[in-house]
Design a protein around this ligand. Sequence first.
Ligand code: ADP
Ligand code: ASP
Ligand code: MG
Length: 406
Amino acid sequence: MAVIVQKYGGSSVADAQKIMNVARRVAETTAGGHRLVVVVSAMGKTTDSLVALAHQITPTPDPRETDMLLATGEQVTIALLAMALHSLGFKARSFTGAQVGLVTDAAHTKARIRRIGGERVRAALEAGEIVIVAGFQGVSPDNEITTLGRGGSDLTGVALAVALPADVCEIYTDVDGVYTADPNVVPDARKLPRISYDEMLEMASLGAKVLQSRSVEFAKKYGVPVHVRSTFKADPGTLVTREDSGMEEAVVTSVTHDRNQAKVSILRVPDRPGVAAQVFGAVADQNIVVDMIVQNISRDGFTDMSFTLPRGDRARSVAALEDVARRVGAEGVQFNDRVAKISIVGVGMRSHSGVAARMFAVLSKEGVNIQMISTSEIAVSCVVDDKYAELAVRALHEAFELGRER
Ligand code: ADP
Ligand code: ASP
Ligand code: MG
């Protein structure tokens, strides 16, 4: 008898009818004799609405109180799904993150999992109950409610699958698998039947929100197969697993975009040892992860530094940097919220040259100016003006021949 973890995202549980639909799918899975743990997200766009609500009160909400607020979203869904299963005649019980012993560090709004007890989950499964767990939330060693970063219910699902352990972690969402690009942006994007952890990790960290990047990291570390499928259609979906010979060997397998970025620059910084450490130390102290960093050539002893970061962290990072700018004698701080990061990803890049040059040529042909560039072993990313994001993705998808009619 297999133990299966199924995770249902916000759009899959957006209203009462959809929750009933999920309850029926869950019931069908148990009919196969499997034991089931179901992780759910907040209904629809609840988390976005809660974030917006907090920002109506203050531009810089306190991280602890933010977690207190956001964790309520998932708690609504677990209770409703348990009721839905009861109404179908099934034994089911809902649990918060704290109740299943999902212990994290104290980094509010982006906490990292330290351990999962899981005793109550095992006991409930043993008693023949369907277990329903609130995604995205945990508890710190000091008994504070924490959340795992946006999209964090995926991580709850994968982490529970590791802890129990489960045979597979199924991620049910509003698309029927992982595609060569966001199918909502590129109509002829192609579904990938299988994808390696490494490619999926790169795609996820570069903005393909179908899976949260930390969930992929976790799955890779512990070798849990992750199966991305549609909540609404019976479709085999995409299996995220170890790289093997059955996978595509294309140089580029996907185009990814992230429109949730901001660019921050600190201008005319004195160019002397220790300044970069002070600048980025101040940002790191706010628990903000910066991404691309560019430092210009120094002229007359001063230089400009720019970097990108998640847009939600921009206000706090600018506040911290204005302080540093005064201390080190820089001219000031500028930011731009209208940037997007466009990336091409593929393990084939390890053994091919000229891929980045081709990407730049495609963007240039479309008249898209590149503001920043970064590369990794299996990806190339460019920061561009946000208004060109979709155009750039479609042009690259076509130029690298990723569409259906190959
Ligand atoms: P959920 O609420 O189920 O967690 P998300 O909105 O977090 O769903 O993730 C699903 C969305 O990811 C899709 O609707 C799609 O727009 C987006 N997406 C981005 N890149 C891809 C990709 N390469 N393949 C599939 N979906 C993608
Ligand atoms: N509800 C949370 C979010 O919107 C977690 C998730 O959906 O995975 O980010
Ligand atoms: Mg998600």
